[in-house]
Design a binder for this molecule. Structure first.
Ligand code: BGC
Length: 376
């Protein structure tokens, strides 16, 4: 039995006082305040961390960093990955609740599937922080920490507009747009940010979408969503579009990819179709600055990525947790944007940053990667 679970067993027996104090926090939060009454000492606090999958680079980094940070501060932690399976994540959360977690940090797989589980968490007086992805349709999410998701999409759209000189009237260019997983609340923000920049150029005819897969409006983004952010699905979708709509020498000039896992598959499809790095290679966007994608950027197979220094997200969540435990006001900087269908969730937004082949050294100078990771 680990220290955490021993502590939890004791906590479950003697839960009255702790649950009482956490329940008081919930009541206070329900009344619209962000201050808490404290959850006990750091050593008494078990933080459950639920991450979606190990298959994507970023979540491994996110989980490891948060676990290390909280461990160094003296918290007990339980870090679980759910293989992108909603049921598995729900079981993991139920286990954390039963084992006496005081705080849950959740990067959800399906943002609309956790309401019943979070009702159990609320009954147990647990404070819930949505990590990176908002959890929808429940009152039982207390805080949200993320990057400016709409801003990520804006950066992708503006990069395309500037690279192609759309404001200067250039075009027409052939564009293929993609969106993220339909069950991920972030994906709609990424798409809206990009499409709010690009749609005027689709309307003006400077951007043409030969496949016809251009959503009629931002709300229709799921029609081009790639379930589970799968690289393989993105690859086969791009292959289908190239085979069906680009026969006879038509070239694709630009692909809006919402993140790096899709961009990897899209780059594979381009390569398989004869596109080689050089002036005619399409503009291809991404997000996360995953190692494989930074290597692709250096090799001329991806034009940009939006880097979200996930260490800063972990730092911010650790700060929130410390503030909760100390009974201090939890610092947020956005109390308007993230309506989960039941309430506006108090949010801390962090700034993303554009990375191109020209400034990859930002990643090494900040220690996010070692130079040898990038072959530099
Ligand atoms: C995250 C992205 C990530 C994507 C796929 C999104 O919710 O914000 O950083 O690329 O999920 O895991």
């Amino acid at each position: 039995m680990s220290q955490a679970w021993k502590k939890s067993a004791i906590a479950m027996v003697a839960a009255g006082a702790l649950v009482g104090s956490l329940a008081a926090c919930s009541t206070e939060r329900d009344a619209g305040s962000e201050s808490t009454e404290g959850a006990g000492t750091v050593e008494e606090t078990l933080v459950g961390i639920a991450m979606p999958t190990k298959s994507l680079e970023r979540w491994n980094r996110d989980g490891a960093h948060l676990e290390e940070l909280l461990g160094e501060a003296g918290f007990e932690t339980s870090l679980q990955y759910a293989d992108n399976k909603v049921d598995q994540q729900i079981t993991q959360l139920e286990n954390m609740i039963n084992q006496g977690a005081d705080i849950l940090v959740i990067a959800s797989i399906d943002g609309t599937a956790l309401a019943p589980t979070l009702e159990q968490a609320a009954e147990a007086g647990i404070t819930v922080i949505a990590y990176d992805r908002l959890i929808n349709d429940t009152p039982n999410v207390d805080y949200y920490a993320t990057f400016d998701n709409y801003g990520v999409g804006t950066m992708q759209g503006e990069f395309i507009a500037e690279t192609l000189d759309l404001a200067g009237g250039a075009g027409p260019f052939n564009l293929e747009p993609f969106a993220g997983s339909p069950d991920d609340n972030n994906a709609k923000f990424f798409f809206a940010g990009a499409w709010d920049v690009l749609s005027e150029y689709v309307d003006s005819g400077q951007l043409v979408v030969p496949s016809g897969k251009a959503p009629a409006s931002n709300d229709d983004w799921q029609s081009i969503g790639v379930q589970g952010w799968s690289s393989d699905t993105a690859q086969s979708e791009m292959e289908n579009r190239l085979n069906s709509f680009y026969a006879g020498g038509t070239k694709v000039d630009v692909v809006l990819s919402p993140n790096d896992s899709l961009a990897l598959g899209i780059a594979q499809a381009l390569e398989g179709n004869g596109y080689a790095p050089g002036p005619d290679y399409p503009v291809l966007t991404g997000q996360d600055a995953d190692q494989a994608n930074v290597l692709n950027m250096i090799a001329g197979k991806q034009s940009m990525s939006v880097w979200k220094d996930t260490r800063t997200l972990g730092d911010q969540v650790a700060t929130m947790i410390q503030q909760i435990v100390d009974g201090e006001t939890v610092e947020v900087n956005d109390e308007e944007t993230y309506d989960n269908g039941v309430k506006v969730v108090p949010t801390y937004l962090l700034p993303p940053q554009v990375i191109t082949p020209e400034n990859v050294d930002v990643l090494t100078e900040s220690g996010f990667y070692a130079a040898e990771d990038l072959g530099l």
